[in-house]
Design a protein around this ligand. Sequence first.
Ligand code: TXA
Ligand code: MG
Length: 316
Amino acid sequence: MPIGTDIEQAAALLRQGETVAIPTETVYGLAANAFNEAAVLKIFQAKQRPSFDPLIVHVHDRAQVELLVSRLPEGTDQLMERFWPGPLTFVLPKTDRVPDLVTSGLDTVAVRMPAHPVARTLLGMLDFPLAAPSANPFGYVSPTTAQHVADQLGGKIPYILDGGPCSVGVESTIVGWGPETEQWTLYRAGGTAKELIESVIGPLQITDRGPLPVSPGMLESHYAPRKPVITGNITPLLEAHAGKRCGVISFTKHHDAAYNEVLSPAGDINEAARHLFAALRRLDASDAAVILAEVFPIEGLGSAINDRLQRASAKR
Ligand code: TXA
Ligand code: MG
């Protein structure tokens, strides 16, 4: 199994144009040199990701942002200052340096400076930024441990750099500057709470439509386990599914079901986000017939949790 903690080896593979799974504070990413189109192609192949789904480019410093982004709209500096390194991704006008494969031919590029110390050390050893989507087969739940990556992509990639379990546990928040609207738009709820972003730049426009015909993070069915997921109030849901083996995902309260993943008995929404994807994976691997998930409070990371559960429950 190609799991290890050797950052030198990860850097050497990336310099050779290989892919490496890397830890970030949100989820594990499958990384390659963002300036090397042949290397980036391997990401799409390993994930079986459609080429219309653009990647996030991970940077070490602001100098790398200059290589990738042609214009920093008003508010960008304040947001980067406040939330970087961290779980916030910016979709901004791109430079010609960014290969079309990375952006699916869009004239914008998604950039993020991750906070995970291993990711930061690795990026600091390289003289190029890293294109990296979440390290899961397209459409499935994102990995929050090195073992999650190995379970699904183990045979397909040369190395998985282990940085321990992810501390945030849901993907980054994505904001972009809409050239038509000249306004900041929320493309994906995630690890940086919307309220915090709005405290810096004012109200965000919200869209469930991306700049693409389909922007996959916005696909109705995404981030999905194989088992059916149903969201709502657990007690009536359990009644409706009496006689079946049910897997329940709840925030603080225990329910009498075959399996119950209580994400944070203490009621800490950040802890719940941290535990969400591992819980979904365990229930998906269990013999439960159906996964029933509570609706979470919408403050802070609760919006991201609800967003992922809703997409996991969408009919395929
Ligand atoms: O936390 C994260 O964001 C993780 C870690 C690895 O950094 N990455 C991640 O990547 O979640 P991925 O590829 O699974 O999701 C990135 C989302 C996709 O839904 C993609 O469509 C969107 O970002 N995206 C990327 N570039 C874009 C662009 N130029 N315009 C609009 N959406 C874009
Ligand atoms: Mg993903």
